[in-house]
Design a protein around this ligand. Structure first.
Ligand SMILES: [Zn+2]
Length: 262
């Protein structure tokens, strides 16, 4: 599932391929993806416009047009972007294709159909209406402490809660907790100032490193947990078998030896 680092990677990809070109048309191949806008209206609003800039917040990507309208993209479980040169065929699971005047296209691909595309006049208002919290890479240490200090649930549940901190999903939450050597079921309220600081640093480190590596899992450091999640997975630090448990409604993988409950 695309989390903050993946969506940031899509943002950079879109910025480097699809800005400042006139949109010649929009082809909606599967309308489930459209939220609050019809295929006809989407095409009407975007035709003749240009994508001028983009902004990511949590797992949402917003693309501003020169008509002062924002295209909103959410990648659900399997969404991604693909820029196609003139003769390149879009993937079979491309749901919406933005066609540019230079004959290149930007495809919104989404195999499992949980993605969303919409239009918005005001991004901040959209985020407020949805109750989406501050972006995980935008918050300061003191904000982070306040958010975690206020809640009694497990630290994993807090990291996953988009209304508190936006952008972290199941995989990176486990990685962050592994790096901070914290058991995912640790109650946030029991954490000391030092624990919170360690968790904050781990959050930034994991997200920034994943972005720097363009979220290519094959290039992730060997010391990371992410590639070892699963039944036969072993802790990259101590070599013991990883354990799993449902915490915060999701399956967490962790090393019970290295990650102690506080
Ligand atoms: Zn271990």
């Amino acid at each position: 599932m695309p989390e903050l680092p993946e969506v940031e990677t899509f943002k950079r990809y879109l910025d480097s391929t699809s800005l400042h070109q006139r949109i010649a048309g929009v082809e909606v191949r599967d309308a489930y993806v459209l939220k609050g806008v019809s295929a006809r209206e989407l095409a009407r609003r975007l035709k003749g416009a240009r994508f001028e800039s983009s902004r990511r917040h949590g797992k949402h990507l917003f693309v501003r047009t020169d008509g002062d309208l924002w295209l909103r993209l959410h990648f659900g479980m399997t969404g991604s972007l693909q820029y196609l040169k003139r003769d390149e065929q879009p993937p079979k699971t491309a749901r919406v294709i933005f066609r540019f005047a230079n004959k290149c296209r930007l495809a919104f691909d989404d195999q499992r159909k949980f993605g969303e595309i919409g239009l918005s006049r005001n991004v901040d208002e959209f985020l407020r209406n949805r109750g989406i919290g501050p972006d995980a890479l935008d918050i300061s240490l003191s904000q982070f402490k306040t958010i975690l200090g206020k809640h009694r649930s497990s630290v994993k549940a807090i990291l996953l809660n988009q209304k508190l901190i936006a952008g972290i999903g199941n995989l990176y939450a486990d990685e962050i907790l592994f790096r901070a050597r914290m058991h995912p079921a640790t109650e946030a309220a029991r954490m000391s100032d030092k624990d919170l600081q360690r968790l904050f640093r781990a959050t930034r480190h994991v997200l920034e490193r994943a972005i720097a590596l363009k979220t290519d899992f094959n290039r992730l450091p060997k010391s990371w947990l992410l590639m070892r999640r699963g039944k036969r997975g072993r802790c990259p630090r101590c070599g013991r078998a990883l354990k799993s448990a449902t915490i915060g409604g999701r399956t967490s993988w962790f090393c019970a030896h290295c990650q102690k409950r506080i």
